[in-house]
Design a protein around this ligand. Sequence first.
Ligand code: NOJ
Length: 538
Amino acid sequence: MPAENAKWWKTGVIYQIYPRSFQDSNHDGVGDLRGIIDRLPYLVELGVDAIWLSPIFTSPMADFGYDIADYTGVDPLFGNLADLDSLIDAGRRNHLKLILDLVPNHTSDQHSWFVESRASRDNPKRDWYIWRDAAPDGGPPNNWLSEFGGSGWEFDSSTNQYYYHTFLSAQPDLNWRNPAVREAMHDVMRFWLRRGVDGFRVDAVWYLIKDDQFRNNPVNPDFRPGELPRDALIPLYTADLPEVHDAIGGMRRVLDEFPDRVLLGEIYLPIDRLVAYYGRKLDGVHFPYNFALLTAKWEARSIAQLIDEYEAALPPGGWPNWVLGNHDRPRLATRVGPNQVRVAAMLLMTLRGTPTLYYGDEIGMQQAAILPEQVRDPFEKNVPGIGIGRDGCRTPMQWDGTKSAGFSDADPWLPVGGNFREVNVNSLSKDRGSLYWLYRRLIDLRRKHIALAEGSYKPLMASGELLLFYRELREERVLIALNMGPEPIAVSFPDERVSGYVLLSAFADREGEAVSAKLDLRGNEGLLMKLDSDRRAN
Ligand code: NOJ
């Protein structure tokens, strides 16, 4: 069992819900809060500890909720404040924590702050956003680009200035150099923390501060035509500025006014820069999301190197975490292929650190094919045809084999995945050998074995298709062997004294088998083994 003082966000598993796509309860083809409440028993059975909801706040939905028009209101599409309170209560009764998405970098252009800000140059809220005069030629003030294609500057003809937007022009960036903006966002945090939410995943947090001299970003010499347009420049003056840590520290202090809450940062940066977000005195986010596995080559040695690099870079006391899927990246099952989904599940649930599981990955939902006329994602609409579309990983949760996969009895806002008749909760939960059951067992084992939840990570071997490591705490050692390829592997441990037994095979058919100095792994098999306490595999 986990140590009594270990924090829930360290030992637990976080489950990300994309609310539009989880469960529709009011027949409009879009998921909602009541739908999530109805499905809580599923999450309890799966065994996860916390839910992170992508935004459910009032929004014109230009970026499906990441464009917020009222930070303290629930969008009618998802329900109302009372529904959210019910979700918090129901979660509490079921020991499920609730993490909300905080989007402090930008608002919707419909937010009253921005409506005021753009009303006149001398409006008191003018400086809440980033306004600049045109360049001498009348064009944008500098070369800064939007993440979602085109210039980052939008001209506002009524006041004759440009405003800056890291994402869509409908998502103007707040000016985080302005203390009033910080205060307002702190109040938003307090509003939700007082209502009982357990923390926030903070969106796009490495973008919060921009250069106050508005210098041009340097050209990226490695950029090739056909790549993402934003990569034409190096975001030296628009992202990861030193002052951002002060802004995050302010949010953390607000969070710490409340007991036992968590602050998680969405940050896409190389590992050496990423770890700075823990804060110098661990006073930044509790952990910056570690997305390294989303783009890693699925190969034992590369993954072992990446784990080593990450473990070595963590500051003392900095708690690790791992992610294999989210609402912005192609589905795991499609990325690693159907044969490796079980190995991927075992990796996610046995590495040291908090795992975040993206809804549907536990049943192996695939990246859905989206026809051009079905595209909803504004990023894909702005930058079409280079494969960045996010609709394919946001399709409705596949609950059963009936029409619309049990997600809704109306036409869903995105098509259901083509394989929903076979790949759905109903059929997988009846099959004890399914991927769904593998996740359930893994989550259960994390709970039962302190070495898995909190133990240290010890690499043993990474060669060819084999990744071998163990997790250890006090007297408990769990050995993890992953075959990342289709061919069988015979493993001989250098230490002849290895002994123990199998806790779990990816194929659920070797539990209890004795383990000795020689180990046979089938193709695409992963094994978790409990080692006898006096005999180490080292
Ligand atoms: C990151 C979110 O994950 C993504 O979905 C969103 O479009 C951008 N931030 C803008 O908020």
